[in-house]
Design a protein around this ligand. Structure first.
Ligand code: 4NP
Length: 150
């Protein structure tokens, strides 16, 4: 049985698509399945933001095939680990949990590492450098998660 990891942000077009692409690149696809979703439904069906696609491409990753979807209660059953990018995403996910077991699956992504921050900042309204920063911190967290899953 594969371990299933879900990355969650607000829109599922900036941060969690990067987290999905980065973690996917670090794990054995025969052992680990990685997906992403958003707590909001503004961009359902859309590809990731062009700035996320560009920063991923800069580091050799293609995330352009991903399609935005909304987080759903079914995800609590389908996934073993659910990583929220920030505290607002975290509380929106927890509100949908129906048991302590479901709540225990949800963690802040940056709780896996010590990068001086515990939230991945939302880069949507900022410039390209925000996407570079997001890539770097998500990369460090995904490295730690990949090691844990090996
Ligand atoms: P994300 O960024 O949560 O990292 O995908 C955002 C994307 C879209 C919006 C907000 C944040 N929006 O308001 O449309």
């Amino acid at each position: 049985m594969k371990t299933k990891v879900l990355m969650v942000c607000l829109g599922n077009i900036c941060r969690s698509p990067l987290a999905e692409g980065i973690l996917t690149s670090k794990v054995d696809p025969a052992k680990v399945f990685v997906d992403s979703a958003g707590t909001a439904g503004y961009h359902v069906g859309n590809p990731p933001d062009e700035r996320s696609i560009a920063v991923a491409k800069k580091y050799g990753l293609d995330i352009s095939h991903q399609k935005c979807r909304r987080f759903s209660e079914i995800d609590f059953e389908a996934f073993d680990y659910i990583y929220a990018m920030d505290a607002s995403n975290f509380s929106n996910i927890i509100k949908l949990a129906r048991s302590k077991e479901q709540e225990r699956k949800v963690k802040l992504l940056l709780d896996e590492v010590d990068v001086g921050l515990n939230e991945v900042p939302d880069p949507y309204y900022g410039g390209e450098d925000g996407f570079e920063k997001v890539f770097q911190m998500v990369d460090i967290a995904c490295e730690a998660i990949a090691k844990k899953l090996m």
